[in-house]
Design a binder for this molecule. Structure first.
Ligand code: DAS
Length: 357
C-alpha cells in the first residue's frame, strides 16, 4: 500500500511541475465584428477645425479599424462595410438588411459581439429596431461620432475603442442593444440625441444611463426592464418590407393636413406626436377617427421628451380604439408599431406590445 501511495504522490508532483513549467497560454481575445454604415465617425472635413459642413460616410471600415490599433488589445476585430451613408438617409429596408446580417453573425460560434458604426442622426432608431429584432443575448453596440475623423479631438476613435471593449465584455451580455458614446452606455429603448452638435449629445433623459466605460471597462449600474432581443416576438427573417407608418407632429394650428396626407399615401399606421400628454386638436381628432375607420392603427404619442402618454387621459382611447405610446418617443413608437403590424392589427394586442417593449 505504501509503495502505491508513494507512486501516486510522485506522479502527482511530476504533473504539477510539468504544468508549472508550461507557460499558461492567454485565452484568445473575443472576436468582434464591426459593421460600418457611414456617418460622421467615417466623415472627413476640409480642415482640422471643420466640425460642421464636413462630408459624412467617406472613410471605409478598414481605415476606421487601422486608426485605432489599440482595438487589438481588447478584441480580435473583423470589419464589414454594410452601407456607406449619412444616417439621415437610413431606411427601413436598410434596417431589415442590417438586422438579418446581425442575426446571421451572432448565430456563429466564433463571433462574440457586434459593433455597428452609424451616423448619429438616426442612430437611436436603428438601435431600437435591432433591440426588437435581434435574436441573441450577445452584445450589440452602436457607436458614432459628433466630430469627423479629420477634426482636432475627433471623438470617433475613443468611441470606437469603447464600443469594441464593451462588445467584447461579458458584462454586456444579455442587456439588449446598447449605445456607447462619450464614455456612456445607454439602452437602445431609452437613448436619444439631445443636442445638434455637442459631444455628449446621447442621453437617456428620464431613465438615465445603464452604465459607463471606465478605462476601457464597462461599469453597469442598472438593467433595462422592458423586453428586448431574445425575449422579442418579432421576426424579420422572411419579412420583405416593414409596414408603412407615418408620424404627424402636432403644433398650434397643425390641424389635419399631415394626417390626411399620410392616409392618402396609404400608411398602415399613424403615430400622432401630440402636444402635452398626447392631446389632439378637434381637427386632428376628426382626421384620426376617419383614419381609424379605414383600418389605420392610430397611436397617440407626445412631442414632449419626458413622461408617458396616459391611456384614456386626453382622449377616450377605449372608445376611439386608439393605442397609446407609453413613454416611447414618436420616432421609436413608429418602429414598434411597424413591427407590431407585421403580427397583428388588433389594437388590444398592439397596446400589450407597447406595455412590453
Ligand atoms: N449626418 C449625420 C449622420 O450621418 C452625421 C453624424 O452625426 O453621424 O447621422
Amino acid at each position: 500500500m505504501t509503495r502505491r501511495l508513494n507512486a501516486l504522490v510522485v506522479a502527482f508532483l511530476a504533473l504539477a511541475f510539468a504544468a508549472a513549467a508550461e507557460p499558461l497560454q492567454p485565452a484568445p481575445l473575443p472576436h468582434v465584428m464591426i459593421l460600418a454604415t457611414g456617418g460622421t465617425i467615417a466623415g472627413t472635413g476640409a480642415t482640422a477645425t471643420t466640425t460642421v459642413g464636413y462630408t459624412a460616410a467617406t472613410i471605409g471600415v478598414e481605415a476606421l479599424i487601422a486608426a485605432v490599433p489599440e482595438l487589438a488589445k481588447v478584441a480580435r476585430v473583423s470589419g464589414e462595410q454594410v452601407f456607406q451613408i449619412a444616417s439621415e438617409n437610413m431606411t427601413p429596408d436598410n434596417w431589415l438588411r442590417l438586422g438579418r446580417r446581425v442575426n446571421e453573425l451572432l448565430a456563429r460560434d466564433d463571433v462574440a459581439g457586434v459593433v455597428i458604426t452609424h451616423g448619429t442622426d438616426t442612430l437611436e432608431e436603428t438601435a431600437y429596431f435591432l433591440d426588437l429584432v435581434v435574436k441573441s443575448a450577445k452584445p450589440i453596440v452602436l457607436v458614432g461620432a459628433m466630430r469627423p475623423a479629420t477634426a482636432i479631438s475627433a471623438d470617433g476613435p475613443m468611441n470606437l475603442y469603447n464600443a469594441v471593449a464593451l462588445a467584447a465584455s461579458r458584462e454586456a451580455v444579455g442587456r439588449g442593444v446598447l449605445v456607447c458614446m462619450n464614455d456612456r452606455i445607454d439602452a437602445a429603448r431609452d437613448v436619444t440625441k439631445t443636442n445638434t452638435v455637442a459631444l455628449d449629445t446621447f442621453r437617456s433623459p428620464e431613465l438615465g444611463v445603464l452604465g459607463m466605460m471606465e478605462g476601457g471597462r464597462p461599469a453597469f449600474y442598472r438593467t433595462a426592464d422592458r423586453a428586448h432581443t431574445t425575449a422579442t416576438e418579432f421576426d424579420i427573417k422572411d419579412l420583405r418590407e416593414l409596414p408603412k407608418v407615418g408620424i404627424a407632429l402636432a403644433y398650434a394650428g397643425s390641424g389635419r393636413i399631415a394626417i390626411d396626407a399620410m392616409v392618402a399615401a396609404g400608411v398602415k399606421g399613424i403615430v400622432n406626436a401630440g402636444v402635452g400628454d398626447g392631446s389632439l386638436s378637434v381637427e386632428a381628432r376628426a382626421a384620426l377617427v376617419e383614419a381609424r375607420a379605414k383600418g389605420i392603427v392610430v397611436v397617440r404619442a407626445s412631442r414632449i421628451p419626458g413622461g408617458a402618454v396616459a391611456r384614456n387621459g386626453e382622449a377616450d382611447d377605449d372608445a376611439l380604439d386608439f393605442v397609446v405610446a407609453d413613454n416611447l418617443s414618436p420616432q421609436k413608437a413608429r418602429i414598434l408599431l411597424a413591427l407590431a403590424l407585421t403580427r397583428t392589427t388588433d389594437t388590444r394586442e398592439i397596446q400589450r406590445m407597447f406595455r412590453r417593449y
